[in-house]
Structures are given as C-alpha cells and as structure tokens.
Design a protein around this ligand. Sequence first.
Ligand code: MRU
Length: 336
Amino acid sequence: MTESVNGVQAIRWQGGVLQLLDQRLLPVDERWIDCRSAAETASAIHDMVVRGAPAIGIAAAFGLVLAVRSNPATYAEAEAVLAASRPTAVNLHWALKRMRAVWTATPDVARLEAEAVAIFDEDLTQNLTMAHHGAELIVPGSRVLTHCNTGALATGGHGTALGVIRTAWQQGRIAEVYNTETRPWLQGARLTAWELMREGIPGQLIADGAAAHLMSTVKIDWVIVGADRITANGDTANKIGTHMLAVVARQYGTKFMVVAPSGTFDLSLAHGGLIPIEERTAKELTEFKGAAIAPTGMRAFNPVFDVTPAHLIDAIVCERGVVTPPTTAALKALLG
Ligand code: MRU
C-alpha cells in the first residue's frame, strides 16, 4: 500500500475499509473516519472529510470497491452517487471512468480493488515526478506563494503544487513560502500550514487579501498552485481566489505555475467557461464554527472554484513534462 514520503497520509485502505483523515477537524484534531459503502464515501467527499482533486478521485475509486463487495449489482447506482458528490474536480470522473473500463472488461471484485490501489499508488509516483519537473523551474533562494492545500492531504502523497515546493525546499531552492488562508474553508491556514510546520519548511500565513500588497512589496518569484480541471486550451479551474492571484502576479512580474497530474486534464472541454463551478452553502461565509459572522438573513454567493485563463499561466507541470507557456497545441502534444 502507498506510503506517503513525508509521513502525512489522508487515505488508508485497510481490511476492506476506506479510512479517511477527517480534514474538517485539522489542525486541532487528528481523527479518522471509516467508510464502508459508496454512499458513506460520497458523503465524505461532499462534506469535505476528504478533499483535493486527486484525493477525491482515489476515494471514489475505493467507494466503488466497497459497493461491489457488498452487491455487484449496485455498481451503476454507486457510480452515480459518487459522480454527484462534487462537480468541479475532473479527477473524480476520471477515476470513475477508469474503474468503469476495468469493471466492464472484467467484472471481478479483486481486479477492481487492484485498480483502485493502482490509482492510489500512481498518484504518489506522479507527484514525485512532477515535483522534480517543477523544482527545476525554481532558482535557489526563491520566495513562493501558494494557495489552498495541494499537499499530501489533497493527494495520494507528497502533493502537486505543495509537492513541488517540498522538493524544491529539500533541494535548497526555497527561501520562504507564503501561504494564503484560503477563505472560506481555510485550507491554507488549517492544512497547508500544518503540512509546512510538520516538516520545518519556512512559511508565513497571509490573509487572502494581502496577496497584492505582498507581491508589490516583496519579490515573489513564483505563485504555485494545483488544479481541479484544466481544459484543452490551458484554462485552469482551481480554488476560489486563484484567478485573482494570477492577475496580481502578472501585474507585479511574479511567474505563475500550475501543477497537476494528467488525470486533471479535460481535453473534451475547449475552454474554462465550460467547467462546472461548485457553489457551496452560504453558511461557509455567514457562519464560523456555527456562530454567526454576518447579519441573520444576509444572502451570500459562494463559488468555491474559479477559472484562471491560460494567458496568465507561465507553466503547467504534469508528470509527462512541462508546458511553458500553455497553448492548445502544446498541451495536445504533451497529453496525446
Ligand atoms: O475544495 P477543495 O479543498 O477540494 O479544493 C482543493 C483545490 O482547489 C486544490 O488546489 C486542487 O484540488 C488541487 S489539489 C492537489
């Protein structure tokens, strides 16, 4: 079974049970939740017990294994429930499609389980490869800014954007990491800060609104982010606020890197305007830990992803290589 190289792991497959580190409770509590059915797995994905594009793909794959173990006839129903759990990250649908191809060819539970384990293991391998590709773009002494959580918690291990940062730091290329809080769910403050501190990577948390001030007053070499879906032309959906960081980065001469495995690309969509953007409950904005932080009855618009246009991206790093700058032709050549 996959072992995360930095000791942080959010997903375990043990004794036929899917165990998920409950990311809603970090960094205060480290508690694990057991999923024993596809429905429980879908709820865990929807409720963000497990989150991050590659991680929800891995969890969904094991959700299908749980379904066919109890009743092979429930495959299609389980697949539909899992597919509906979150809309934006294409990795979820990519993993379900890959599992479907295996089940159609060989409707055997052990074979399906082997495929889920392969998806899990390959994700870590791909992250390590991307980390080396991405780190090569970073000159020693660099300061970088990252958004959301793209580390071991969001993946099968090591991370995508945070994987590049982790490896670049190990190679002596990083002087300082700035990470945004990432409102409203606080993936940056709660999760990325937790991962950085566990490894002693020098980091400073900033309010999301401090990014322009930071980039205009301190030389930031790279903004490095992950992705939930990248379309054929390189437009990239990622955590809300990513687009704003790309605009500010371009304004102040900071380069912008997107790091994502091939399962994050959706070449069936021509451009980012076609990506479904998840909207979550207004309570994420009007309440904090159940206490009101806005007047009762205030309406709120809570899209949790946005789309960064390809022209604001300097490099897309994938396990298959680096595209810089991203264009439709270059991405097609990379991904086939
Ligand atoms: O809502 P989340 O926490 O699932 O959003 C996660 C992100 O936006 C990440 O940046 C993205 O999934 C890449 S993770 C390797």
